[in-house]
Design a protein. Structure first.
Length: 365
């Protein structure tokens, strides 16, 4: 797989967009997404050089996978002049943030652009282009495809093992949460989770039980075909816990709503009766994350775990934990890299912070 250099996350301004936008085109071949992810994940020896996706899944079945993964396709996106930033890297970053993912994930699915080609390119339905520019079509992978890519890398390219693992995650909360996470981090909804919110302090939520969620005219919008309540809990507040619980709610799980119809704060997530803690060895994409530094609103951080956790030794007394999260940042909800030096055998970082992972306990009514 392409091994892009780790890049610190930055956030950018946002232009609202969605599937209804005329810059998006349906994939007339119907297979661009799954074909693209298979191209990335193909193990030539195991697949016997097969180029057809169905054949690959047949091979996986022969090696013990229960069923082919049901991957939603992503979509094509045409880059506009307004997308272009001061450099190509900044443009990739900006477009990726608009769609709820990291720059390197987006680039990995677009090797038809020569400047990010890592040598894996075969014939691509999008053709080839020397560089990212206005008018160029790129492919925005679905959350399903991103997750399958991560699972396959975790399984060392073993297609059968990856298919089985993916199907397991699809049957639990993980896939539903990752679909919702990347959707809610995208567009104007994602921008609303920035510290300042949008339109003078508004954030969007699908949860009608929150204080300020109202059925009155002008207090909600339909975005991407879904009703979003416009809620304002005051200007310039950190919305990481709001993003976490909103994601749980929209994914179909019970969030922790307090008696005053707000969400439980980031530093109190480990007190919640609606989430169960899991250890780092069992943490998976689509689990929930807490960096604990105290119980007040500005002392801790919440987000959604968007990758596996790589744990490596960092000397006799420490381990290194590396992973990615999607959560509320200063400008918007976005994906970022997380790197911690941990006291070996514990979940305590050398900085004194506690790193925890959680899963929702039950589906909401």
């Amino acid at each position: 797989m392409p091994d892009y250099a780790t890049r610190n996350t930055t956030t950018t301004g946002q232009e609202e967009g969605g599937p209804a936008n005329n810059r998006y085109q349906p994939d007339e071949q119907g297979r661009l997404g799954n074909a693209a992810v298979v191209e990335l994940l193909r193990d030539q020896k195991q697949a016997g050089g097969a180029g057809d996706a169905d054949t690959l899944w047949d091979v996986a079945s022969q090696f013990g996978a229960a069923a082919a993964p049901d991957l939603r396709d992503g979509h094509r996106y045409t880059v506009t002049a307004g997308d272009m930033q001061s450099s190509e890297s900044a443009t990739w970053n900006s477009i990726a943030r608009q769609h709820g993912m990291s720059e390197r994930l987006l680039m990995a699915f677009n090797e038809h652009v020569a400047t990010v080609d890592q040598g894996g390119g075969q014939d691509n339905p999008l053709g080839t282009t020397p560089a990212l520019a206005a008018g160029v079509q790129i492919y925005i992978p679905s959350a399903d495809e991103v997750l399958f890519k991560q699972v396959s890398e975790r399984k060392g390219g073993d297609l059968a093992a990856a298919t089985t693992e993916y199907n397991t995650l699809a049957g639990k909360h993980n896939l539903a949460v990752m679909r919702t996470t990347r959707e809610r981090a995208s567009g104007k909804v994602g921008e609303s989770y920035g510290t300042a919110g949008v339109d003078g302090g508004v954030f969007y939520t699908q949860n009608p039980a929150l204080a300020g969620a109202s059925q009155r005219a002008g207090r909600s919008e339909t975005i991407n075909g879904k009703k979003e309540y416009r809620v304002a809990w005051g200007a310039n507040f950190w919305k990481c816990s709001v993003f976490l619980h909103d994601t749980a709610y929209s994914a179909g799980f019970k969030p922790d709503v307090t008696e005053n119809k707000h969400y439980r704060l980031a530093g109190q997530l480990h007190w919640s009766k609606d989430y169960a803690e899991v250890d780092v060895k069992n943490a998976r994409p689509g689990d929930f994350w807490q960096r604990f530094g105290g119980t007040r609103s500005d002392e801790s951080h919440n987000a959604i775990l968007s990758s596996y956790v790589d744990v490596t030794e960092a000397g006799d007394e420490h381990d290194a934990w590396n992973f990615t999260i999607v959560g509320a940042e200063t400008e918007r909800a976005a994906e970022s890299d997380q790197n911690f030096t941990m006291k070996k055998g514990t979940n305590e970082a050398t900085t004194g912070k506690i790193v925890r992972f959680f899963r929702p306990k039950q589906r909401r009514a």
